[in-house]
Design a protein around this ligand. Structure first.
Ligand code: ADP
Length: 628
């Protein structure tokens, strides 16, 4: 039942009770008033009758004379008049005459007569057999000169009273009916007016409960309901502000957790996952329905299980390293488990897991270890040879001039390889540590041909290799350290000559791209197996160690070339078909504003003239030169 219906019922009930109360009271009141009025009227008439009869009654009682007096008096009154002697005989009555009068009952025992005789007046309501109707009688003793002559009685029919009361009741019921209908209408209107804001308040509360936090109530009055609406809106404002604050906080947390490189997991007491940030999902390769599943179901790892159990049992922070489930490359992660209490879950114990991908770190460590092993090995090989030749010489070979010359030549060769290795190592370490100063200047790729040709012509001729230079004349100038860029050319062409059999071809070409020039060094040599391609730029990595060493290679050439190109802000990459040939590509940034330079002429202090020109990343201008 709605509040409106209840109010209507209540109001109607109240109206009904009030109307009924009023009607009962009025009914009673009217009855009393009419009663009193009729009694008063009777008394007055009785008094008049008494006075009249006291004067007019003959000394000797006579039916005809007394009845004539009574009838005369009754003619001017609507009441029934009776004169009764002290012995109860009715001597006169307005309703009876002659024989009928004489045949009337003795009235001595009538209650009103009895009362009038004993106490001076008598009143009684009774049914009159004479008139066949209810009457009210009022009797008074009639005195003459102090002597009581008889009783004068006046009677009025009660029918009038009843008729008046019935008429009044009809009017009263009509009034009650109208009042009731009016009351209902009024209660409908009033209940509607009271219920409307309450209904609006209820609708708004429901809307807020269903998530529409912006919903508000209209404040239309200044009474208690208006105050309630105002307070409700205030409360909704505060809740909205708090929700805003909470969602901002949550968004901030989400942003932080989503942006974290580290994986973060929240697991419950039973190691069931309640939260995982994107990094953790990706690291552990969790399915989309991971929530509620245990960590062990999704990532079986004994070490992790032990770590979690230990953290749960001891309540201490633990750490371990696990292997992540990934596709191709192996990845390691350092896992830290922190036992915490989850306030959002009734203060239950749970664990925060932080996964830190240490694959790169481990890879770097491995590279360092490999590097030391490689360096030691590379140094030991020529040193062992030198030691061997020297020992042989000391053991007597010195006496043989031809042998000793041969051995000393070998020692020289090994020593020069050693020196090449050391110088390559020094170059590489300088490039890697970023201490090499780049003398950046605008240069054209076509200008490198002469130096390369001078250096390699004898080699090409010796192994019968064709060398083709297909660099367009009008290529934009690049900003580079001439000496180092030449080193890149030398390393790549040197490799091409080493790994291209006789009658092969080496082609150097170049083309301009958006803001750089890309150089291609292609050969028709032995090619590089596809599994070796990703490692080709690693230090000391060689597809065929023995062959490389025999060719005088240190395994550092490509590494050095890569670092030089990177220092210039360019890139180097390789394409190769095993058995058919290899193409090395490298890019060098073009001169940003060529109009500022006279390429091939005097070197300009461009930084001073055009301070807006920016050097490539990793390098800074110094006195017209560039250092890194
Ligand atoms: P190296 O001194 O051994 O030449 P690099 O770093 O210059 O060392 O090259 C590494 C390895 O890459 C070489 O040992 C060789 O196996 C391979 N490689 C380099 N260039 C070529 C090429 N043009 N053709 C085939 N293999 C090559």
């Amino acid at each position: 039942m709605t509040i409106r219906t209840r109010l209507i019922f209540n109001y109607t009930g109240i109206v009904l009770v009030i109307l009924l109360g009023i009607s009962v009271y009025l009914n009673h009141f009217l009855k009393q008033v009419l009663d009193r009025r009729i009694t008063t009227e009777l008394r007055m008439q009785a008094e008049l009758t008494r006075e009249f009869l006291a004067e007019a009654i003959p000394e000797a009682f006579d039916y005809d004379a007394i009845d004539a007096l009574v009838d005369k008096l009754g003619a001017v009154s609507a009441a029934r008049l009776t004169f009764v002697g002290l012995d109860g005989i009715v001597w006169g009555d307005t309703e009876r005459d002659g024989e009928e009068l004489r045949g009337m009952d003795n009235h001595r025992n009538r209650p009103e007569i009895q009362a009038a005789l004993s106490s001076g007046y008598g009143i009684a309501d009774r049914y009159s057999n004479t008139l066949n109707t209810s009457l009210r009688y009022f009797a008074l003793p009639v005195y003459r000169r102090g002597e009581m002559l008889g009783i004068g009685r006046v009677a009025l029919p009660m029918k009038e009273v009843k008729t008046a009361i019935a008429r009044f009741r009809r009017v009263l019921w009509l009034a009650i009916g109208i009042g009731f209908v009016g009351g209902i209408l009024l209660s409908v209107v009033t209940a509607g007016r009271i219920a409307k804001p309450i209904r609006k308040l209820t609708q708004t509360t429901r809307a807020i409960a269903e998530g529409d936090i912006t919903s508000r109530v209209e404040v239309v009055s200044s009474d208690e309901l208006g105050q309630l609406s105002y307070d409700f809106n205030q409360m909704a404002d505060r809740i909205e502000a708090q929700i805003d604050e909470i969602s901002q906080e949550r968004n901030r947390m989400d942003t932080i957790l989503s942006g974290m490189v580290e994986g973060v997991l929240l697991v419950g007491e039973a190691f069931d996952i309640t939260y995982a940030n994107p990094a953790a999902i990706q690291m552990l390769d969790l399915p989309s329905n991971y929530q509620g599943q245990t960590l062990m179901e999704l990532h079986r790892n004994v070490d992790l299980q032990h770590l979690l159990e230990q953290a749960r049992d001891t309540g201490t922070v633990g750490m371990t390293e696990i292997l992540l489930p990934t596709g191709i490359a192996e990845r390691d992660a350092e896992v830290t488990v922190v036992p915490v209490t989850d306030p959002t879950n009734g203060g239950t114990h749970c664990h925060v897991l932080v996964l830190h991908d240490v694959s790169q770190l481990r890879k770097l460590e491995q590279i360092r270890v490999d590097f030391i092993a490689n360096v030691s090995h590379e140094l030991r090989t020529p040193l062992t040879s030198i030691q061997g030749y020297a020992e042989t010489l000391l053991d007597g070979a010195l006496t043989d001039a031809e042998t000793s010359q041969h051995f000393v030549a070998k020692i020289m060769q090994q020593a020069s390889q050693l020196s090449q290795l050391v110088s390559d190592l020094l170059d590489l370490s300088r490039l890697e540590s970023g201490t090499v100063q780049l003398n950046l200047e605008p240069c054209r790729i076509k200008d490198f041909r002469t130096a390369i040709w001078d250096l390699f012509e004898p080699v090409f001729e010796g192994v019968n290799l064709a060398f083709e230079w297909e660099v367009p004349e009008d290529l934009p100038a690049v900003l580079a350290d001439k000496h180092l860029l030449e080193q890149v050319f030398v390393n790549l062409i040197d490799n091409a000559t080493k790994y291209t059999p006789a009658d092969g071809r080496i082609t150097v070409s170049a083309d301009a791209r958006a803001s750089e020039v890309v150089v291609h060094v292609a050969d028709t040599g032995i090619g590089i197996p596809s599994d070796a391609l990703p490692r080709i730029f690693e230090r000391f990595y060689r597809v065929d160690k023995a062959r490389s060493r025999k060719m005088g290679g240190t395994g550092l050439g490509l590494s050095i070339a890569k670092h030089i190109v990177l220092q210039h802000g360019g890139q180097i990459w390789v394409e190769s078909e095993f058995g058919k040939g290899t193409v090395f590509h490298f890019s060098v940034p073009q001169v940003p504003h060529p109009e500022c330079f006279i390429v091939g002429g005097e070197h300009n202090n461009h930084a001073e003239k055009h301070p807006t020109i920016q050097p490539p990343s990793g390098a800074t201008w110094t006195d017209g030169n560039v250092s890194s």
